[in-house]
Ligand binder design. Structure first.
Ligand code: BV8
Length: 237
């Protein structure tokens, strides 16, 4: 019998939900941060020091998205949104487009999106699926050398935080999927939910995260296995 106790569900996802689609995670063995210095490629200081190198890093990540597909975990979350009677909000730390391609609509990219670029001069945000370089003028204000990836770097404000905190305060089920719990403010969301005091909290991850002790329930295993099974328990197989 499906567990229909919950109305408003907030789901935080991280790089681990996209791992089985073939996108490298950040902190696993051979992860992105084992090959690149975070300070050089994922901070504004690194970008303004060496924009070509940071463009090249993000162009490589953007290009890799052309050849990957959503996996059963992404599809299970889209099914949950379609079939659950209450609200389902996915808050992803990921900058890939796999949640959208799986069918999720109620979705926040708190760390931005690789398939978007932003003008530092006029703040115009444009869809961007090709390589980005300093040579590209802003399509809106035509400023030169002003376009950057529409991605949140370390030290920058994550996106739609008000909407996220409101959803965390109102939810009665909080799922954390495929994240190591190293990066704030995302890693602190489970504490926000516990402070509101009305939600069941579940970690679904390959292995215990930094914040595992903060969750009422933990389910460890590969996302493409444990997430569809958990969604079945909520909306039926
Ligand atoms: C902010 C885009 C203020 C990059 C990313 C000093 C100065 C300034 C800030 C700070 C500081 N000290 C601390 C901070 C805060 C800082 C921070 O947290 N730093 C860390 C390193 C300590 N955070 C920030 O700067 C953020 N901004 O604080 O602004 C503020 C705060 C609150 C309110 C308003 C303003 C901005 C952080 C965003 C940085 N940008 N990404 C790019 O792509 O260029 S972060 C990067 O890490 C990715 O977004 C990634 O998603 C995110 C988190 O990593 P995970 O997703 O968890 O990935 P990870 O590899 O770590 O883990 C993968 C997990 O999956 C593992 O647990 C693994 O076991 C599991 N897994 C693997 N395979 C599977 C699996 N699970 C299931 N199935 C599998 N098959």
């Amino acid at each position: 019998m499906p567990d229909t106790r919950h109305r408003n569900i907030v789901i935080l996802t991280g790089a681990g939900i996209s791992a089985e689609s073939g996108i490298a995670t950040f902190r696993d063995k051979d992860g992105i941060w084992s090959k690149y210095d975070l300070e050089e490629v994922a901070t504004p200081e690194g970008f303004y020091r060496n924009p070509d190198f940071v463009h090249e890093f993000h162009n490589g990540l953007r290009e890799s998205l052309q050849t990957v597909e959503p996996n059963p975990a992404h599809r299970a979350l889209a099914r949950l949104e379609a079939e659950h009677a209450g609200e389902v909000l996915v808050v992803t730390q990921n900058v890939d487009d796999l949640h959208e391609r799986a069918g999720s609509r109620n979705l926040v990219h708190m760390h931005g999106e690789l398939y978007k670029a932003r003008c530092d001069r006029c703040m115009h945000v444009a869809e961007w699926r090709t390589a980005l370089t300093r040579a590209v003028p802003c399509p809106a204000c035509e400023a030169s050398a002003a376009m950057r990836p529409h991605v949140v770097w370390f030290g920058e404000m994550p996106m739609e935080m008000d909407r996220i905190y409101a959803a965390l305060a109102a939810c009665d089920l909080f799922l954390s999927i495929g994240t190591s719990g190293n990066v704030y403010p995302a890693a602190g969301f489970v504490e926000e939910v516990r402070r509101a005091g009305q939600a069941h909290t579940v970690e679904l991850n390959l292995e215990p995260s930094e914040g595992v002790s903060l969750f009422a329930e933990t389910i460890h295993g590969p996302a493409s296995t444990v997430v569809p099974a958990y969604v079945d328990s909520l909306v039926g197989a």
